[in-house]
Design a protein around this ligand. Sequence first.
Ligand code: 13P
Ligand code: SF4
Length: 352
Amino acid sequence: MIPALADETSASKLYLKLQDMLGDVVPAFELRLKSELAAKINLLKVQKNAVILGHNYMEPALFHSIPDYIGDSLDLARRAAATNKDIIVFCGVRFMAETAKILNPKRTILLPSLKAGCSLAASITASDVRGLKKKFPGVPVVTYVNTYADVKAESDICCTSSNAAAVVESLNSNTVIFLPDEYLAKNVARETGRHIIFPTKDPRNGSASDLDYQMIGWQGRCEVHEKFSLEDIADIRRQFPDVVILAHPECSPEVVDASDYSGSTNAMIKYVEQTHAPRYLLLTECSMGDNIAAANPEKEMLRLCSVRCPHMNQITLEDTLASLKENQHIIDIPEDIRSRAARAVERMIAIG
Ligand code: 13P
Ligand code: SF4
């Protein structure tokens, strides 16, 4: 998606437009400060021939003011691959900025905060993947993009939440290793009709060839989506019987089952925009509800804001301005890792 305000360099015009969209969510005083920062960023972006990519989880004032493109991980990876700008500023988390670097070795990739990690990316190392490949020789490895470059380099193909089932099916293999999100793997196993095992907790502890399996998972979890529970859903439905509940596929299969729809962040936005329910609840990072409500004022969005992504929240307008001014923090990946990771990412992009 291409937001309307990305080229606006007047702080007063930005303020009026943001006030119109976010006046109910962000106090006027804060919006005024944020408009000034956004105006400076939009000017500097042109002067430095930079493009800003913003993930759907960015806080509302940033999301609606500075990114040239907004979207889910797959969408933004595609935008990164297609850009001709000298600099890409990634308003998202580190693994996303790394994916942009993997696809753009010659361009400068900036991440506004080095604290923007991800519990899934931290859950697995390249050596863990090599261990699994040794245990299950010849089995193709699919890794979720929520991993660091060295893990991608050990993989045959990457996937995101919007193409995971299609990627698994594209391999035409009876068995696949799917890393590192336990819940996404279970949801994809169900969608593709596969039986999944988790070797680290398999009680049989037998040799790989004894086991009945078609998918081999890992026990990484998203620290945000793992928190949503069946009790949350029951409570909300009791209080708002007409609510439509959408769950990201990083939620547990039980939560996905109890919801009305499951899809990537882009897919959830599209679902809300294209349907007409009395109210919606997103089981995902809370900012997305604010962002959808700002763009679609006629939609009633409930929020479960006690559950937040501490990594996405590290990206602020202040740090983004500093990032552009000082060229910080530059994302670099050793070329032998980058080129191997590029094969897995490009293979995914070719599938769609
Ligand atoms: P999407 O690919 O759906 O945008 O998800 C990224 C993510 O980190 C979800 O937690
Ligand atoms: Fe990672 Fe979860 Fe945050 Fe997404 S929401 S960036 S998966 S910790």
